[in-house]
Write a protein that binds this ligand. Structure first.
Ligand code: HEM
Length: 286
């Protein structure tokens, strides 16, 4: 593992926009943005033209064209791979979920969003199953790079165990895990054994989504069904932005060893991460 770290952009939690049912049920389906930003063909032609004027031989022009093609940049690439993953993830939000979102919110009027405590319990139970799975996978480290992500301080499994114990003490009955959590957990187990790039995409999206939109959702739901009580799920030991930054640096280093194809494969998995997490989020409304 290389020792050099790369700083990437820190993001702060924005003020809470109001959430409605539409935002929870939006389901990204369209294709991706894994397209180089620069229009290389155009650049190469312009470059060739300038060289022609200066009387460079054709061979030199062809070499310059190849070099320009190699330099194509992907959105966020200059800041490290996490910024690329973030770019793809942000586009999959609806405009009302996050400023950078590009998905249209469902226009069909839906009943006002109302979480239920039963639904929220299902969400917490399934979330715990997913975090248990992610944390077991990095502890086991079938691929050596997973070991980098042990004890990052972002772990959520113990916090959720405390919350569920507290909710039980309050007289709530804690449900068994339901299909969205069971499906996602099984999918993660499978991926982790044979597709490390895809697995890392889920790892990034799950922990970082929870630190951003997840916290906003938690606050909104707590106001409605828990008298504003802040659960352990939304508390971290230490400074959250520092914990996130340290994980960003590790992710950037791990991805440095990946080919462009492997990076693209990781980015393409973002949609599945949204699909599975979206199903678990929707439990809040069930
Ligand atoms: C109702 C659902 C959601 C809401 C309201 C929401 C909202 C947000 C907001 C406000 C941000 C911060 C944007 C910023 O930095 O300016 C954010 C970041 C992010 N969200 Fe979501 N989100 C939702 C669902 C999801 C889902 C399902 C995923 C993927 C599993 C996801 C992945 C991410 C990621 C990776 C970031 C970037 C975090 C960072 O840069 O540290 N979000 N989201």
């Amino acid at each position: 593992m290389q020792s050099q770290f790369f700083a990437s952009k820190m993001t702060s939690l924005p003020s809470s926009p109001s959430l409605n049912k539409t935002q929870f049920i939006s389901d990204p389906k369209t294709s991706f943005f894994i397209i180089p930003i620069s229009n290389n063909a155009k650049k190469t032609n312009l470059f060739s033209l300038k060289m022609k004027k200066k009387g460079f031989p054709v061979v030199a022009m062809a070499a310059a064209g190849a070099a320009a093609a190699e330099k194509k940049r992907y959105p966020g690439e200059g800041k490290g791979f996490v910024e690329e993953m973030r770019f793809v993830a942000m586009k999959l939000h609806t405009k009302d979920q996050a400023k950078e979102g590009e998905k249209e919110a469902n226009k069909t009027p839906l009943p006002k969003w109302e979480p239920s405590i039963e639904g929220y319990l299902k969400f917490l139970v399934d979330s715990k199953l997913v975090y248990d799975t992610l944390e077991r996978i990095v502890d086991k480290a079938d691929f050596p790079e997973y070991a980098e992500f042990r004890n990052t301080g972002l772990e959520r499994s113990e916090a959720l165990a405390k919350d569920l114990a507290w909710l039980k003490e309050q007289g709530h009955s804690i449900p068994e895990p339901s299909q969205p959590g069971l499906n996602y957990s099984a999918y993660l187990e499978e991926l982790s054994k044979n597709d490390p790039q895809a697995f890392i995409c889920h790892f990034y999206n799950t922990y970082f989504a929870h630190s951003a939109g997840g916290r906003m959702i938690g606050r909104k739901v707590a106001e409605k069904v828990l008298n504003g009580k802040e659960l352990e799920f939304y508390k971290w030991d230490g400074d959250l932005s520092q914990l996130l930054q340290s994980v960003r640096e590790k992710l950037n280093i791990v991805a440095e060893n990946w080919t462009r194809e492997e990076k693209n494969h990781c980015l393409e998995e973002t949609e599945k991460s949204f699909k599975h997490s979206g199903e678990i989020l929707r439990l809040i409304l069930s």
